[in-house]
Ligand binder design. Structure first.
Ligand SMILES: [Zn+2]
Length: 300
């Protein structure tokens, strides 16, 4: 880090305070730049930090954060939910929405709550509608139906190009850092596509369907019921995708607003689910690309 830690923290806090003031004065464009600068500063510092991915170590990291936050007077319900979430993780499970609800933070004073606010902020009087709701990720509302459909159509084409000419052997080989082989990422895309297709049917068949929480990420290295060749895994992904695209094409605008109850994420619309899966896929493309570049350079 350039400069010392307290200078850096002072700058960050100043940026947030400044952004709030600028918004209060109607200077939204200047405020957005200030918030982006603050976010950039934080992400730049966190990017090189190597938090372990091992579940036990990760649980210990969450406990360490809870301990630090408990001395900083952070909302007790929020910390208790973090603790419960860590317990689910330690058991190899995803935490359900009932244990880890979406939090809301007052944009005025920072008051935090796990209950959707219905009354003004008890600390500063800000209106309930002005609280910031924290969703589990940005994918839910990343893409509107037309853009989501187009992304779902495009991604298999991108993947096809990325793996063109690679041997099965190269695609089956795990990288030295213990990450995913191309085969694992293809399996993951296929698995996620299977969940999407299943849910699209469910939204059509049932009013307010229950959407079971699926640890799709954990299946990527599970080899049961996999076609032997990575290219066959890709082909099943592509065929299933084409089927889903056909179904989605037949939907009326009102169908996209059908709601379901997701065990992990709470009430979600079909539109949000489709956006979620379409945006999620893009986050895995760099994994395939890095491996493809590696194996092509090995071949030379
Ligand atoms: Zn407040």
């Amino acid at each position: 880090m350039s400069g010392n830690r307290s200078n850096w923290a002072d700058t960050l806090i100043h940026l947030f305070a400044l952004a709030s003031r600028l918004e209060g004065e109607g200077q939204y464009n200047l405020a957005k730049l200030t918030r982006a600068a603050a976010d950039s500063l934080c992400r730049r510092e966190t990017h090189p930090l190597d938090i372990p991915s091992d579940t036990n170590k990760l649980t210990a990291e969450v406990q360490k954060a809870i301990e630090a936050l408990s001395h900083l007077n952070v909302n007790a319900d929020l910390l208790s939910a973090m603790k419960q979430g860590a317990e689910f993780m330690a058991q190899g499970k995803l935490s359900p929405i009932t244990a880890t609800p979406h939090p809301y933070v007052c944009r005025g004073c920072g008051y935090a709550t796990l209950v959707p606010p219905a009354k003004p902020c008890p600390t500063c009087g800000a209106f309930a509608e002005t609280f910031q709701k924290f969703m589990p990720n940005y994918w839910f509302d990343a893409l509107q139906p037309e853009a989501a459909w187009e992304r779902l159509r495009q991604t298999p084409l991108v993947v096809e190009k990325l793996i063109a000419g690679l041997s099965d052997e190269a695609m089956n080989q795990s990288p030295s850092d213990g990450g995913w082989a191309i085969r694992n990422t293809l399996s993951h895309l296929r698995d996620a596509q299977g969940v999407l297709d299943f849910r699209v049917d469910l939204f059509l068949k049932e009013a307010h369907p229950i959407l079971e929480s699926k640890a799709v990420f954990a299946w990527a290295k599970n080899e049961s019921e996999r076609p032997p060749s990575p290219r066959d895994i890709f082909e099943t992904y592509r065929a299933s995708r084409a089927e889903t695209l056909r179904k989605l094409e037949s939907f009326a605008p009102s169908d996209w607003e059908r709601v379901g109850e997701h065990e992990e994420f709470g009430t979600v619309t079909l539109r949000q689910q489709v956006s979620y899966f379409a945006a999620h896929e893009s986050t895995h493309l760099s994994q395939i690309e890095a491996q493809a570049v590696h194996w092509r350079s090995e071949r030379r």
